[in-house]
Design a protein around this ligand. Sequence first.
Ligand code: ATP
Ligand code: MG
Length: 571
Amino acid sequence: MLVSKLYAPTLREVPAEAVLESHKLMLRAGYIRKIAGGLYTYLPLAWKSIKKIERIIREEMDAIDSQEIMMPIVQPSEIWKESGRWDVYGAEMFRVRDRHGREFCLGPTHEEMITTLVKNELHSYRQLPTSLYQIQSKFRDEKRPRFGLMRSREFIMKDAYTFDADEAGLDESYQKMYDAYARIFDRCGLNYRPVEADPGAIGGNGSHEFMGIAASGEAGIVYCDTCDYAADVEKAECEALPSQEEAPRELHTIGTPGCNTIEAVCEYLHAPIEKSVKAVALTSDKGGLILCFVRGDHEVNEIKVTNAVGANEVMMASDEQIRAAGTVPGFMGPIGLDLNKCTILIDATVMNMHNVCCGANEVDTHYVDAEPCRDFVYTKVLDIRTAHEGDQCPHCKGHLKEARGIEVGQVFKLYTKYSEALHATFLDPEGKEKPFYMGSYGIGVGRTLAAVIEQYHDANGAIMPKNIAPYEVIVLPVNVKDEESFAKAGEIYQALNAQGIDAILDDRDERAGVKFKDADLIGYPVRVVVGPKTLQRGAMEVKVRYTGEMCDLPLDGDYVSALKDILSKTL
Ligand code: ATP
Ligand code: MG
């Protein structure tokens, strides 16, 4: 490829909506262009990188005997109605009608379709396990498309599905896929961590997310400083914290005028926040008020609440809903309420506390010296708080640390959720009909590219890892008007490509400074400069983008091997 021919229009100014460095750089360097919210064109640079990521994925999928297929993007609503997800998926699903008025969706994921496929084709335990995958555009009408390729509305996903005869088989298929994901992200150069995850709308239980570590990541993760426990904060289990024993005192109310936040109450009463209980009022798609109580300085974890009440999603309750249950916004407490009018969930830590303060379900009033075990009414006591830095690890004596991550992939054990719903069965050795044990596995291809750039860039631009860089080496003649050095640069460029190095030649009649800047912005892993001065030394000057290291390579030596060696050692 010649830079003079490359369609990579650079931008001086990026739109203000681009806040992540990766998004800005991909726009500035001419990797992508936006067409509308969450819809992007991949220009040649991004497309070359994407193709390299896809190739890595294909190699690793093939290595675990997963076979590539291609399913339709447009999916009939019937199969989604059969699984029960047509209504559950909500506004995120792009829905369309054909000319006869029949409903379809643009696939946000393909569990229904693949299950429908195999139920007509896989009949016997002898055909199991089977593993199938595709790399295809997915459609999700995200509430807030943002961050460029990271959260777009049309994006490329590798989705894989496994079918096994039993749980042991599923465990094995899951582990194989998990290991393949680790190899894929290793090869992409990503700094990642697998974490325990909540399965969300996909369902089933048993799931891991692969998180690219980045301060700007949308996901919170916690990990143990001692053992290898790591989890999405949505999922991370919290131990019930112990409290010091205290002699119980008598429950009484106290006026707390205008104190409708827990912080205000504690300040007014000069009480430590760890001796208070705060309320969060939620409702769900199933309706009904859910009052959640946690220690004043803890946070309610909405995913845990969603799972506890068996809902698809929870949202803030309205003031009317709160009042209808016999309490008042700002002064809610789990004492004296009618459990027929609301669900009360109490975090396990709260039940260990003593002489606490909480709302008294009356305006400007709180209870003090409440004993949760003695005074609280509840539907369930369970873990509903969000894990935090310093919490004890649920698996060992270590403590949790917090980090942020970009979810680049997720693996799910679906068990028989979809096979049962869609009546997908096979015959076991005794000739008995059994539902498949399924797994589902996704990788965001574009998000992986964006996550890598988010991790590896500097003030001058992207720093592309060699395995997914659009080109591995840029050969940069300082002055194309200098015939001898330009010819030499062309010769090097030819030699590199002939011997399997993906090289590009900057043949533009531009100042060297401009070319250097562009090369840094795009982030080619290795830059080879040839000019009258380097020729005088009988050399080319090599610079590694990641480390900034420079060296001369003699022109009369085996420089191709030397460059392969340099590439093998860099990011
Ligand atoms: P998120 O929680 O970030 O919305 P998700 O958990 O809904 O993602 P999955 O259903 O697990 O996503 O999809 C598999 C992979 O597809 C994700 O791990 C992610 O890499 C990618 N992905 C999901 N949504 C998007 C999107 N809107 N834009 C780009 N990639 C996406
Ligand atoms: Mg996910």
